[in-house]
Design a protein around this ligand. Structure first.
Ligand SMILES: [Zn+2]
Length: 209
């Protein structure tokens, strides 16, 4: 059986498995969602959000794109964040990057990648912002890994720039987290970004109240 056909068989097994544990599983699922987490990650097929977080349907609202970017003119990610914050009232927003990210690697190379150029330019902007730190790292692999981390940090800051997030931060203490998935070990790394300090620094410019 080819891989495509197998998907429908897998689905039947999955449905049976869920119903065996709870005959009303899908009835409950259909009633609505109230996830605590918004996860913004990379589209990379190896970084499956629910699997690596060990969460079930209904627990995490998800947006994925190439290199886990939060771009202010991207109507898609902006809609996801606004809906998650204002309507679903998530408690945590997570931006999760990963080592060996093809999008980040591509942005480190000088190549014309067509429609990907404007998208990856946002990663190149992160590089430019942190050029001194990055250029001081001699080992190319280490520099690549650091750009993955700094990109997560910058995308977290892009999340904080949004009015909906600032409002939720003031009103109910929503938190933003920067993570990296280490594809070599399978481990999730919390970058423990010092947001109070960063916030203080950027709010002078980006505060929207
Ligand atoms: Zn990636």
């Amino acid at each position: 059986m080819d891989k495509f056909q197998r998907i429908f068989e897998n689905n039947e097994h999955w449905v049976a498995e869920k119903l065996k544990k709870d005959p009303e599983y899908f009835e409950k699922l259909s009633k609505g969602q109230s996830p605590d987490f918004l996860y913004i990650g990379c589209s990379d097929s190896r970084v499956t959000a629910e699997d690596l977080m060990g969460v079930q349907p209904g627990e995490v609202f998800i947006h994925r794109n190439i290199a886990n970017m939060v771009v202010s003119i991207d109507l898609n990610v902006m809609s996801v964040i606004n809906y998650a914050v204002r309507h679903l009232k998530v408690k945590h927003i997570i931006v999760c990057g990963h080592y060996s990210c093809g999008g980040i690697k591509a942005a480190m190379q000088h190549a014309d990648l067509g429609i990907l150029n404007p998208w990856l330019r946002n990663v190149r902007d992160v590089y430019r912002t942190h050029k001194e730190v990055l250029n001081a790292i001699e080992d190319e692999q280490a520099r690549y890994d650091r750009l993955v981390e700094l990109n997560v940090q910058e995308q977290c800051i892009n999340v904080i720039k949004l009015a909906a997030v600032q409002e939720a931060y003031r009103e109910r203490g929503i938190t933003v987290h920067g993570w990296v998935f280490d594809i070599h070990s399978g481990k999730l790394i919390d970058l423990k970004i010092d947001f109070p300090t960063i916030l203080e620094d950027i709010m002078e410019i980006y505060r929207l109240d």
